[in-house]
Design a protein around this ligand. Structure first.
Ligand SMILES: Cc1cc2nc3c(=O)[nH]c(=O)nc-3n(C[C@H](O)[C@H](O)[C@H](O)COP(=O)(O)OP(=O)(O)OC[C@H]3O[C@@H](n4cnc5c(N)ncnc54)[C@H](O)[C@@H]3O)c2cc1C
Length: 397
């Protein structure tokens, strides 16, 4: 029986091993003491395991993702997961979360399925090199060497080092002749001028974040929660635009706290509020978080203690404009340790998009974040891990 080595026991690696084990003796090498450590922390501990909308439009770069997503998409994933006793629940925006509400149980279900299929899980074993000689691969780890017919690189990216993030996969692929696009953090909190954000620490608003380029034109916008922090802004809407925040100067993030209302309507509403509230700092009370109500007045240079009844039409216009365009100068991101994924990775052009086999080394495959693929917030990155893992695990069949 032919043998397949899966390097990395995260989301893509566990799926690749399940898929490979249908035909081959399969061994998973995982450097952590446990498999799926990152997976167990996903979706705020609930695991947002897929999104029904997963298609090329939700991923960056190119249409490379199409091959794997067509072969094993969200519906296939949900069906497959159900088959191993793992149910999911649909929530807003087509996101599917683990039915148990426990990301750890996703890891357990995958582990049970792997054990049933006889896959050998070698945890606490870091692979240090892969070589190809005479049609077979030598996989070297800290514990020795072993020969395999197929190797699937599923080592993930440098995001979240504490959970296993590292550059090993890229180093191995480089050593085998692959090119790498320099990774930078993506889906990551953004550091900004914090004059106002630190006063709003912990406040969340559902809105729209728009990243504005150096020339003042929008680069990318996203809807969702915006969270204010000591160092800047975070939350899904901000994380979604963060992949463009590295390596550019003069960027700003504009936040719109009333994305469903135009500025003129908000201005009219605020004029009405001047008759319903005592002070300028209370004008947004009942509409936004109370702290934001005070800070928006300050942001506009209006003393929050000023009588609401004394505010002019111009003041209402200023406040409406601020609530729809409060803007923060970008200083950078909080980096790989806090990133959920990366932009960059192994050049996808050197892999067959239908099989994920290397076009340089026959019998070598790659899946998950080690490839230059990143998706939006909302289950898209895990779906890529499942799709690419499943396809790569077929070892070209
Ligand atoms: C906090 C957090 C929350 C997230 N939430 C979500 C979410 O809800 N939904 C979503 O879609 N995405 C989410 N993501 C992103 C998602 O987790 C990743 O896209 C996905 O895990 C990538 O899968 P992967 O298999 O490529 O990498 P990983 O899951 O990181 O697995 C790679 C594995 O390889 C191992 N490894 C690396 N090098 C070696 C080596 N040399 N030898 C042996 N083993 C090695 C690592 O230890 C690791 O276990 C989240 C990420 C983070 C950090």
């Amino acid at each position: 029986m032919k043998k397949a080595a899966v390097i990395g026991g995260g989301a893509s690696g566990l799926m690749a091993a399940l898929s490979a084990s249908e035909l081959y003796r399969t061994v998973v090498f995982e450097k952590n003491e446990r498999t799926g450590r990152k997976l167990a922390q996903t979706g705020n501990g609930r695991c947002n395991l897929t999104n029904e909308a997963a298609g090329p439009g939700h991923y960056y770069g190119n249409d490379f993702v199409e091959g794997a997503l067509m072969r094993f998409g969200p519906e296939d994933t949900l069906r497959y997961m159900e088959g191993i006793g793992l149910l999911a629940r649909r929530e807003y925006g087509g996101r599917y979360y683990s039915f148990s509400g426990q990301a750890g149980s996703v890891v357990d279900a995958l582990r049970f399925a792997l054990e049933k299929k006889g896959v050998e899980l070698r945890t606490g074993t870091r692979v240090t090199g892969v070589e190809k000689k005479e049609d077979r691969f030598t996989v070297r780890s800290e514990k020795g060497e072993e020969r395999f017919d197929y190797v699937i690189i599923c080592c993930g990216s440098m995001a979240a080092e504490k959970l296993g993030g590292c550059s090993d996969g890229l180093d191995i692929l480089r050593s085998l002749g692959h090119r790498v696009i320099k990774p930078v953090p993506a889906l990551v909190p953004v550091m900004t001028d914090n004059t106002y954000t630190k006063m709003l620490r912990g406040v969340r608003v559902q809105g729209k974040a728009t990243l504005m380029g150096e020339d003042g034109t929008p680069v990318r916008a996203a809807l969702g929660d915006i969270l204010f922090t000591d160092y800047g802004i975070s939350g899904p809407a901000v994380m979604d635009v963060s992949r463009f925040c590295t390596g550019h100067k003069g960027l700003r993030i504009e936040t719109d706290m009333f994305p469903d209302m135009d500025e003129a309507d908000l201005e009219e509403l605020l004029k009405k509020m001047t008759g319903l509230r005592e002070t300028a700092g209370e004008l947004f009370t009942g509409l936004l978080n109370n702290k934001l109500s005070v800070i928006l007045a300050k942001y506009c240079g209006i003393e929050p203690g000023r009588k609401a009844a004394e505010l002019s039409s111009k003041d209402a216009l200023k406040l409406a404009h601020a609530a729809k365009n409060m803007s923060f100068d970008v200083k950078g991101t909080t980096g790989f340790p806090n990133a959920q994924t990366v932009r960059g990775g192994a050049l996808t052009g050197q892999f067959d998009q239908n099989t994920l086999e290397s076009l340089i080394v026959k019998g070598l495959f790659a899946a998950g974040e080690v490839l230059d693929v990143d998706g939006e917030c909302g289950g898209f990155n895990l779906q890529w891990a499942w799709s690419s893992g499943y396809v790569a695990g077929r070892c070209g069949r």
